[in-house]
Write a protein that binds this ligand. Sequence first.
Ligand code: PLP
Length: 360
Amino acid sequence: MSRVYNFSAGPAVLPEEVLKEAAAEMLDYNGTGMSVMEMSHRSAAFQDIIDTAEKDLRELMNIPSNYKVLFLQGGASQQFAMIPMNLKKNGVADYIVTGQWAKKAYQEASKYLTANKIASSEDKTFSYIPDCSDLEISDNADYVYICENNTIYGTKYKTLPNTKGKTLVSDVSSCFLSEPVDVSKYGIIYGGVQKNIGPAGVVISIIREDLIPTEELKDVPTMLQFKTHADANSLYNTPPAYGIYICGKVFKWIKNMGGLEAMKKHNEEKAAILYNFLDESNLFKGTVVKEDRSLMNVPFITGDKDLDAKFVAEAKKAGLENLKGHRTVGGMRASIYNAMPTEGVKALVEFMKDFEAKNA
Ligand SMILES: Cc1ncc(COP(=O)(O)O)c(C=O)c1O
């Protein structure tokens, strides 16, 4: 068996320990004589899996007791619709557009309410985070929406926007559990798990309870109502059970690593290895402003499309996979999520140095 260093933006690398544990439990989970994939979601064994997962996540993120943790499906993209459908009271929401995912969320919300684009960094190909300290927040905004880490462009909010008292909703799909957060600053903090936490198919949404409608919404499908899932503790219908089981294992792995402070330190050290090299290189350069650089997604270019393609192809041969940039921006992108070991980033930088020496 030989594993590669997988720099995919998602689905992405998972901790090897977790994969090995799951493999060992594949045929017989904890004496049940069956795989978690084969298990009723109404069984005591699965109830324990989901309860333990929620408890560990609450501990890791220090989630206040007035927040619900929901394990949902439909990808982060389904939240683009669920959020406006469930949060609209005045029918107005403000969106800060810092990349394709924020833009898609904004466009989707426009179907259900009046969505205002109050700031954007599209003028410079989303290579920075706009100043959000004094934006014109709508007086009647039901919420202000951000995408906190922009997977495609490699930018991250270092300070949250000043929402002037309005509810903040944040998509953290690509920075989930990468560093400590203050959950109490958010109304909703949510993300697909397929980058930092588990296999595709699970979305975790952490929602302040007062934002969950108390009455059924007549014009919203049952499955798209937060109330449905909150009332049933994420077991209204068959949940993505195996995915939740893997998420639970990743929560334990992060706890064993020392929690989110330790994760942050690990991620900062890893990212510095790559960014320091990019800042010195004569061939490669990063594509975003330094102060807004993501710790998770690192886009870079040589400035020559053919050379970029050669780099990606040769890197693949060297066991460094999925370094091609997003189809809309080109170049390269290294996603270095929690589970990417430091050795993987070092191997990438060594390969880049070698490539530079041969091609500069
Ligand atoms: C920040 C962000 N939000 C949303 C999405 C969409 O997620 P999904 O494919 O789970 O709908 C992605 C996917 O890469 C993403 O990176």
